[in-house]
Each structure stands twice: as C-alpha cells, then as structure tokens.
Design a protein around this ligand. Structure first.
Ligand SMILES: O=C(O)c1ccccc1NCC(=O)[C@H](O)[C@H](O)COP(=O)(O)O
Length: 244
C-alpha cells in the first residue's frame, strides 16, 4: 500500500540589504524588516524546520548581492537550504552550490537563457529547481519586474529539459496573507509529473491543510513567509497541522 507523503514546509528568509525582510507582491520598497537573517533562520531551525527557503532579494532585483551573508547563514544551519535569487550564470550558480545548500532555484535565467538553464539542469540534476513566478499565466522574471513568457509553454520546455522540480508562486498573492492560489497549483500539477513547491499567500493553518490536500496531485512542499513573521501561527503548529 502506498503511503501519502507529508507536505514539507519551507520557512522563508528573504534578505535585502543584509536584513531579513518581507515584501508585498515582491515589490521593491514594500519591505518590512525582521532583523538578522541568521537569527531568523536559526529560529525556524530550532522550531523544527527541515528546510529554509533563503532568498537574495537584492540579487533577484539586480541591485546588489548578499552572497557572502547567505553563504555564512547556509554554512551555520544544519537543515536543508533552498537558495534563490539572482542565480543567472555559471559564477553565481557555482557560488550558490558551493555554500553547501541542498538545492538552488533558477528564476530569470530559466526564462531568458534557456540554453544555459538546460545545461545547468543537465549538469546538476535535482540540485536545480526552477521558480515559476506568475501573474495569471504570465511568468515574471528580474525580481518579478519583467514578463517572461507563458507558464505552460515554459513548463513543457523545462520538463523536456529534465527539470526536477518547480517552485510555483502567484506573485499577486505573495506577502499578502490572502491564501494560496490552489487552482494554479492544481493546474501546474496536471501539466507536469515533477514535484511542485507552493509559494505565496499562506495565511493560516487551514491554508496549509488545503495545500497538503494537493500532495497526492504532486505538491511536495509549501514555502511560508509572512504568516510566520506576522505570528499568524507558529512553525510548530504548522508542522503539526500538516503531519496528519
Ligand atoms: O524567490 C525569489 O527568487 C524571489 C525573487 C523576487 C521576489 C521575491 C522572491 N521570493 C519571495 C519568496 O520566496 C517568498 O518568501 C515566498 O513566496 C513566501 O511568500 P509569503 O508566504 O506570501 O510571504
């Protein structure tokens, strides 16, 4: 008898100008600061997290880099780290993988440099996930500031290239505490046999339970940001909510 997998939770630590921040709909300038990124990540680790979703927002927006800080944070954590933001060429990819992170997310590069993304996937297999960040079914790149093609066409191309996993974000939901876009997740799961990590909009334990219902369809994990920082629930409560 096959056992239903438990939804993985990935608390998010988004970093801008050396600080852990939350954005609303990924918009630069909408930051609320939550202090030291290492302290934030350690707090989630100590609360039982198995993963941290660690984002360099300055690199994603092409306005700077927190590369050394993110490498330091990753090196000090015992849990798995998914590193995201501004990984667009061999140098940034090798630097990200050298941190010892468990996997990296390609975003803009998977939209604008398909040949390079294909070669990165071929070289690194499931160390690479691709972030599919959408408004409607239009992809967004460059820190979500530029349109990057149609979701399902890009998904088909990435599937053919062997992409192991997708991190799917409804940009309009991100940081808004208005609930995840469950239909988007269902639609993506119907279009690919690769695992999907849900991101953006989680506001409550019921939202997490609703995402957990999609595990049999192919949803593997959920990134949670604002709701944890706003103390809508604790990580312990979240882990308990998805454990059954
Ligand atoms: O992940 C990225 O590369 C990224 C790039 C540009 C803007 C935002 C980006 N990530 C944001 C996140 O991953 C959020 O932390 C995550 O979606 C959580 O959202 P929420 O639970 O709604 O705060």
């Amino acid at each position: 008898m096959s056992e239903t997998r438990r939804l993985e939770l990935l608390p998010a630590v988004d970093v801008a100008d050396g600080q852990a921040v939350r954005l609303v709909q990924g918009e630069a300038g909408s930051e609320t600061s939550y202090g030291d990124p290492l302290a934030a990540a350690m707090a989630w680790q100590n609360a039982g997290a198995e993963w941290i979703h660690l984002v360099d927002l300055d690199a994603a927006f092409g306005r700077g880099s927190n590369r050394d800080l993110l490498a330091e944070v990753t090196g000090k954590l015992d849990v798995k780290v998914e590193l995201s933001g501004g990984i667009r060429d061999d140098a940034s990819l090798e630097a990200a993988l050298a941190t010892g992170c468990h996997r990296v997310n390609l975003g803009t590069a998977a939209l604008e440099s398909p040949d390079w993304a294909r070669s990165a996937i071929a070289r690194h297999g499931d160390k690479i996930a691709v972030g599919l960040d959408v408004r409607g079914t239009t992809l967004a790149g460059r820190g979500w500031t530029r349109e990057g093609g149609e979701l399902f066409e890009t998904l088909a191309r990435l599937d053919a290239d062997g992409c192991a996993r997708y991190v799917v974000t409804d940009v309009k939901k991100d940081g808004t505490l208005t609930g995840p876009n469950l239909q988007l997740l269902r639609d993506v799961c119907a279009a690919t046999d690769r695992p999907v990590v849900a991101s953006g909009g989680v506001s409550s334990l019921d939202d997490l339970r609703a995402i957990a219902e999609l595990v049999p369809l192919g949803v593997e994990g959920a990134i949670v940001g604002k709701a944890l920082y706003a103390q809508a629930f604790t990580l312990e409560e979240a882990l308990e909510a998805v454990s059954r």
